[in-house]
Design a protein around this ligand. Structure first.
Ligand SMILES: Nc1ncnc2c1ncn2[C@@H]1O[C@H](COP(=O)(O)OP(=O)(O)O)[C@@H](O)[C@H]1O
Ligand SMILES: [Mg+2]
Length: 396
């Protein structure tokens, strides 16, 4: 997509977001213990946007010393910094006063009473959508291998194959089977990996032709919605979503249904692919999905004599990452084991070779730096407990 132009064809400078747009973007930041976003919980006290693109936000937490503080802080900064024309984020964190705490608690209780959450994905699951501008850059291979590498760390990892028309996750993981329903909800197929487990849903598991055809008849977005809402994901710590290439529909749908979704953009080194990937990133921002990082695939090729060739040029991933202001999470070389592993249904990340090490390091970065497992260490639970006890004592 070309930069916006005015009638004279000159490039217009992007304008900073309005305070309302900032609040909208902050709806993606969830307090995992309260199970709702910080805006609707009343935790965002003020938002101001200066002409120079500095966004000042004041957030009040239930307990200022809460271990969730750094996570909420990082999420708030990330969401705002990812918006167009934001020059700086000026974040103030304060502790709620007693009235605010009471209000937030009653809101949280009301939410809890209201019953079923909007999706079947637990509030403390990290949702990472793997995106690319076009097909064939290795998006599905990256999704399954990163999922495997996370599971090898002992984690429960959901894999949602949202590439409804071009699903390939079952083949790449060597999984076969049919989705069963329990209590009217789909049960993902499980694959134990080391101390962890993968829970996988894909159109490829809808073996029943009639049902599959009916499903394919649904608009793409509706199919993904059902995978998110009518499924037993259980206590997955990560949910990796293999997005269909190109289209923005599913991204927009995700932004609405699971606004805390973060995107990992897969690109190959050539500039052309980079432009497409940058378009995907742009879509993400407009849908207020945060881009968490860039992964460069098919970077270079080392032949059996040890000579390395940068077949497609190099540096594209880093350039894209820099232009988006996000980290380059990993660089995956071109390697024949990749397609062999894919064909055999044995992801390379399962093995012990060089590629497994690349994915293990990427999983480490994701789990330790980029999108750490959400710790529900109980500070709000503790607070709730205090409030409940105080109420009980008052009611005597
Ligand atoms: N790093 C790599 N080295 C060699 N082949 C790769 C690599 N990454 C992906 N491939 C191959 O490229 C093809 C497309 O990959 P795939 O993951 O299906 O892409 P996408 O989901 O983006 O369409 C597959 O045959 C896969 O085995
Ligand atoms: Mg694919």
């Amino acid at each position: 997509m070309a930069a916006p132009t005015n009638d004279a064809g000159e490039t217009r400078a992007p304008v900073p977001p309005t305070p309302d747009e900032v609040r909208q973007a902050l709806r993606a930041v969830i307090d995992p213990e309260l199970g709702d976003n910080i805006v609707d919980l009343g935790m965002v006290r003020s938002v101001a946007v200066a002409d120079d693109g500095t966004v000042a936000v004041a957030v009040a937490l239930t307990i200022a010393g809460c271990p969730l503080r750094s996570q909420i802080e990082r999420d708030v900064r990330g969401r705002i910094a990812g918006m167009d024309a934001v020059a700086a984020v000026d974040l103030t964190i304060a502790e709620m006063d007693a009235t605010e705490k009471a209000a937030v608690m009653s809101r949280a209780r009301w939410k809890a009473r209201e019953g079923a959450p909007d999706t079947a994905v637990p509030a403390d699951t990290r949702v990472l959508a793997v995106a690319s501008g076009k097909g064939g850059v290795g998006k599905s291979s990256v999704t399954v291998n990163l999922a495997v590498a996370l599971a090898r760390r002992g984690l429960s990892v959901g894999v949602l194959d949202a590439d409804v028309w071009g699903f390939s996750v079952p083949r790449l993981l060597g999984m076969e089977g049919e989705i069963e329903a329990r209590g009217g909800k789909m049960v993902p197929l499980e694959l134990p990996v080391g101390d962890g487990v993968l829970r996988v849903l894909s159109m490829g598991f809808l073996a029943d032709e009639d049902r599959a055809i009916m499903w394919r008849g649904l608009v793409l977005n509706r199919a993904v919605q059902q995978f998110l809402q009518d499924a037993h994901w259980g206590d997955v710590q990560y949910l990796l979503i293999d997005l269909p290439p190109g289209t923005g529909d599913v991204q927009m749908g995700l932004a609405r249904m699971l606004p805390r979704t973060e995107m990992l953009v897969v690109t190959t080194p050539p500039v052309a692919a980079q432009q497409v990937a940058s378009r995907a990133a742009d879509m993400a921002r407009r849908g207020y999905l945060r881009v968490a990082g860039v992964i460069e695939n098919m970077s270079d090729f080392t032949c059996e004599h040890g000579t390395t060739y940068a077949l497609f040029g190099s540096g594209g991933g880093q350039r894209l990452a820099t232009s988006l202001g996000v980290p380059l999470v990993g660089t995956i070389p071109m390697h024949p084991d990749f397609s062999a592993g894919g064909d055999a249904g044995e992801p390379v990340a399962l093995g012990g070779g060089e590629l497994a090490a690349v994915f293990a390091e990427m999983a480490r970065r994701v789990a330790e730096e980029l999108a750490p497992v959400i710790e529900t260490s109980g500070c709000t639970a503790r607070l709730l407990d205090q409030v409940e006890r105080a109420v009980a004592a008052a009611e005597g």
